[in-house]
Design a binder for this molecule. Structure first.
Ligand code: ADP
Ligand code: MG
Length: 325
């Protein structure tokens, strides 16, 4: 666990403040950073650089709203249906939500992903394939006081994150889930134990290999992913891609950023059945585990942060220029 004062973000902001000659101080155990700019204080809250409007930030954080707005802008997105916490009964109506949740799950042929609508890091994201699992997952999310979003489960063949800053795809990487490759003899559990020194495999083992059959014997050369989620915090590894070499993905992410009016956003795009669509968007820009694992350089991260801040604050070589949006 990274201490707040040891965060990559904080180191990058201190360096940015020095280069731009801005005073910097922190609040709330280094969680809130204040930069003193000629126009007044600029705050960074957690990993939110404060460069998007407050409403765009909320929209990006709301998975169901993101999907709806993107679809309205003809940007392909995985549909997420929103179900409000039953404590908001007056907004739900007398019929409640349960029957509509059942209908939604049935419309997904009984294979859904239930998640906290405003969640992050893969927490409270559940694949459900039975009615009792559906009920347990929905209760778990509501119990934390969160709204529920339900999406069809997609067999994702690749997931890519694109950071778009002021209309430019500034950083792109593929997220590869921890996996083992079969030898035709050993079980998934045996293959995992043989690779237990790999952080991703260790994370999957610690999570109890819940989404694969540990007794399954993969054929020689067959790859078995150890989890269905692509979150880096859950063991996936990052492979950098060059946006110029992936024009289709860059264009999709740029269209998504434009549709929600975001200046800095992380767009997660997924490939399913040969078709790419937006799964979700993230308002914050967090690179702690990627830098810690050596997958991203501190320099690359500083560039993303300083470009976004320069443009938002009207500073630096790019700051005064026209916003390409
Ligand atoms: N509908 C879905 N079908 C298949 N996999 C999904 C679906 N929704 C989420 N996932 C997987 O779970 C991960 C976490 O879900 P996500 O919606 O990104 O929530 P979070 O904001 O917690 O990261 C994704 O990176 C993806 O790999
Ligand atoms: Mg995610």
């Amino acid at each position: 666990m990274t201490r707040n004062d040891d965060r990559v973000l904080l180191r990058a902001l201190r360096r940015y403040a020095e280069i731009r000659g801005l005073a910097i101080r922190t609040h709330s155990h280094d969680w809130i950073v204040e930069l003193t700019t000629p126009a007044g204080p600029h705050f960074v809250w957690g990993y939110d650089l404060g460069v998007n409007s407050a409403t765009t930030a909320r929209l990006i954080t709301d998975k169901a709203a993101t999907a709806e707005v993107l679809t309205a802008h003809d940007v392909p997105a995985v549909a997420h249906r929103l179900f409000l916490d039953p404590h908001r009964q007056p907004f739900i109506g007398e019929d409640g939500t349960w029957q509509r949740i059942l209908d939604c799950h049935a419309a997904h042929d009984g294979d859904s992903v239930v998640k906290a609508n405003e969640g992050t890091s893969g927490v409270d994201v559940h694949r459900v394939r039975s009615l009792d699992a559906l009920e347990a997952a929905v209760h778990a999310v509501f119990a934390r006081g969160q709204n529920v979003a339900i999406a069809p489960f997609l067999d994702i063949s690749a997931e890519v994150r694109v950071y778009v800053a002021s209309g430019h795809p500034v950083l792109m990487y593929r997220k590869d889930r921890p996996s083992v490759v079969g030898d035709g003899g050993r079980t998934v559990a045996q293959l995992c134990l043989a690779q237990a020194d790999e952080p991703g495999v260790r994370a999957a083992l610690a999570a109890g290999l819940r989404t694969v059959d540990p007794a399954y014997v993969p054929a020689a050369g067959e790859t078995v992913a150890l989890t269905w989620k692509h979150n880096l915090g859950l063991g996936s590894r990052l492979t950098r891609l060059h946006p110029d070499a992936q024009p289709q993905l860059a264009a999709l992410a740029q269209a998504a950023a434009r549709a929600v009016g975001a200046r800095l956003v992380a767009v997660d795009v997924v490939e399913h059945d040969g078709r790419w669509q937006v799964l979700e968007m993230n308002n914050g820009a967090m690179f702690e585990s990627a830098v810690g694992a050596g997958d991203l350089s501190f320099e690359a991260v500083c560039t993303v942060y300083s470009d976004a801040l320069d443009r938002a604050l009207g500073l630096g070589p790019t700051g005064g220029g026209a916003d390409p949006r």
